[in-house]
Structures are given as C-alpha cells and as structure tokens.
Design a binder for this molecule. Structure first.
Ligand SMILES: [Zn+2]
Length: 403
C-alpha cells in the first residue's frame, strides 16, 4: 500500500472508532464517557514507543496525553489538542446512524466526523508515525485527547490546567478551526486565526400589560413591542472599520482587483457584501468589518427578579449565569424552554408540555408536572404569605403553591 493511502486508511479507521464510541456530552457530569476513546487511543498508540498518561476529572471523564520529548529544553513546545466528546444528536434529522461511523463513497458519516474527531484522529496518526519513525524534535510535541470540550471544558481542559498544568504546558497549540484550505489563483491558501470576535451579551426586557388573547385591540402587547425593537436592532448599521488583518486576508484571497478594493473600503464594504453572490464571503466580510448585533434568544419572562439569566444554547444545555460566572448547568431534554416565573429563588420552566421547578441557586430539580400545553401564561402571586402560580392548560385551571 502506498504510504499516503496507508495514512488515510489509518486515520479513517481511527476516526470511525471514535465516532462509534459515541462520547456524547450532554453537559451532565455523568455523560461523555470519554474513557472509551481514551482506551481506543491507548490501543492505537501501543507499539509505537509512546507511553500514555490518563487524567480523570470524574468517573468516565478522562483525557489522554502522550508526548515526544524534545532534545532542547529551550525550544518551544507544540501541543496538538483534539477533543473526544461530541454534542447530542437529534436522530430524526440524520440519514444514517450517527454512531455507526459508516464509510460511503469515501465519506465518513457520523456525529463528530467534522467536529472534531477527524482532527483528533489525524493528529494521533501524525504523532504515532513521528514516534515510530524515531523522530527527535528540538521542542517537545504533546498530543492531548481532551474530554468535555462541548460543554465548557470544565472536566477536560479546565481540569488539566487546574491540576496538571505541567503536563499541558506549551508554547503553541493547534486545535480545531483554522487551516481550512482556500483556493486562490496561485494555489491553496491557509487561514490563520489572529483574533477572536468577542461576545457582549445584553438582555433587553420589554414590558407590556397582561390581557386576553381574544381581545387584542388597543392592548399593550410586549411581544409586539419586542418585535419592533428586534427589527430596529437588525436594521441598525454601525460604521465599518477596516483592520490590517482584514486587509491582508482580502489581499491573500486574490480576488478581482475591483472587489478587493471595495472589500477594504469602509465606505463601500457594506454594499459590496450585500451584492456579493458568494454568501459565505459576504457574511465574513460583514462580520470582520462591523460590530454585529444578533438578537437570538427570546425568553417569556412573566415576573422578574432572580438569580441570573437563563440562556438556552445550541443543541440543548441550559446554563444559569450570575455576574458572568456559570452557577450551574443542566441538559435540556427536548429543545427550547421558556422561563415562566422566578419566584422565591425558584425557576419555573416550561417547554409547553410540562412545568419544571428548579432551585435557582443550586440547579436542583424540585418538582416536575406534566400539563400538556399551556393555554395561558402563568401568573404568580402571593397568597397567605406563600408564592402561588396559576395557569390554564388542557381545559383545566391549575394552581400551584411554589414552595
Ligand atoms: Zn469541537
């Protein structure tokens, strides 16, 4: 077998193994089970002369490190880091079993095939082959297969940095994203990430007056007001700013000269992006030259005043933040959840089918009730010194004492 074919086969088979291990990270400490892929990687490295170290933060939440020591202590160390966990799947949206690792017409199918078990496996193949060849680098090469990347990294990278900093200390890291080849006139060009756009979360609270949905005329519906606010946010056009990094990037793309000039002209970049056929480039051009606004989480907040904000993200982890720090997190079963009420330090959530009560401070589930579709937004009020919640569902009126 030609060597490049052998490399490809080796990487493909390891990738399929990692997919089949199904290290699904729901955000719960008891999920992930990355130890399965640590076992697989340790087997893979066997016989190459590499020895592996295992690092466990919680039962099953394991990361693996192997290293090729450098000959020069002063030389910089390079860390290749791939995560072994994947986000949960919505099986109905898949054409193939997401955990079968099918190989069809040269394409590997499965959860994590792109994010990022492909890199976790190819980095392992590179490391193994370098070790087996007897390669002696000046600086140390470290390979890290890390757990819990998809839910904040607390049980993987966070654990390592906190408790085993010497094992992961390095000068450079290569991990996911970047390196995507871009075809240009003079051949393929690789992107280098020189900075990350930061997020700056803001919560807008829109007030209205509760009323009955059958008589909407001349009411003060908070949703209608919120729609106007969101529309204005979407239409707002901040001034363009052209940074050197953007200018260099556009020049490296070797586009038509007129287009290059327009994309680096603060007075023309917005219109140019608007008219571009290449939608990916248009979005990138806009995002790299403007402050962007993205209204993307809506809560139905009935009564305010609590421990923090609720943020429903991605494929379903709920997190409660308090002054920017994660207080606790829970997987969301069944997509998005609306916040009904936050009375007395208790969070009341509903996905329209049931109501759940959580202790806002600890994230402990307090109770759960199946109600099968709300007919009215719940109201909370005090009665005999206790917080009560009232709502209609399925033709019945429900009243709960909240504590
Ligand atoms: Zn990833």
């Amino acid at each position: 077998m030609r060597d490049d074919v052998a490399v490809e086969t080796e990487a493909t088979e390891l990738l399929r193994t990692l997919i089949r291990n199904g290290c699904v990270n729901t955000g719960e400490a008891a999920s992930g089970h990355e130890d399965r892929s640590v076992d697989a990687l340790e087997d893979f490295f066997a016989g190459s002369g590499l020895s592996c170290e295992r690092y466990t933060s919680q039962p099953g939440r394991m990361s693996l490190i192997t290293r090729i020591e450098g000959t020069d202590r002063q030389a910089p160390a390079l860390l290749l880091m791939g995560h072994t966990d994947v986000v949960p799947v919505n099986a109905s949206g898949w054409q193939r079993d997401p955990f079968a690792g099918d190989l069809v017409d040269g394409i590997v199918w499965g959860r994590g095939a792109i994010d990022m078990l492909n890199l976790t496996s190819t980095m392992a193949v590179a490391t193994r082959r370098l070790a087996a060849s007897g390669w002696k680098p000046r600086g140390t090469l470290i390979y890290l297969a890390v757990a819990d990347e998809e839910a904040g990294g607390f049980l993987g990278a966070g654990h390592l940095v906190e408790h085993h900093a010497d094992a992961v200390k390095c000068d450079y890291v290569i991990t996911e994203s970047g390196g995507v080849p871009i075809p240009t006139k003079s051949g393929h060009t690789l992107k280098v990430t020189v900075g990350e756009k930061g997020g700056n979360w803001r919560r807008l609270v829109v007030h209205g007056t509760p009323g009955h949905g059958s008589r909407p005329f001349r009411t003060d519906n908070a949703l209608v007001t919120a729609a106007r606010v969101i529309q204005r946010l979407a239409e707002y056009r901040p001034k363009a700013r052209i940074l050197d990094a953007w200018r260099g990037y556009v020049e490296a793309l070797e586009l038509e000269p007129g287009l290059t000039d327009a994309l680096v002209d603060p007075d023309r970049v917005w219109e140019t992006a608007r008219d571009l056929d290449n939608l990916a480039l248009a979005r990138e051009a806009h995002a790299c030259t403007h402050t962007t606004f993205s209204p993307n989480i809506a809560h139905n907040l009935i009564s305010a005043g609590t421990a923090g904000n609720i943020n429903s993200q991605g494929e379903g982890t709920m997190q409660v933040y308090k002054t920017g720090k994660i207080v606790w997190r829970k997987p969301l079963n069944g997509g998005s959840v609306g916040l009904l009420s936050t009375a007395g330090g208790v969070l009341f959530l509903s996905n329209g089918q049931n109501v759940e009560a959580w202790d806002a401070a600890t994230g402990k589930g307090l109770w759960y009730s199946q109600i099968g579709g709300l007919q009215s937004p719940p109201e909370t009020f005090m009665l005999d010194g206790k917080q009560h919640m009232l709502f209609a569902s399925g033709g019945s009126l429900y009243m709960f004492v909240l504590n």
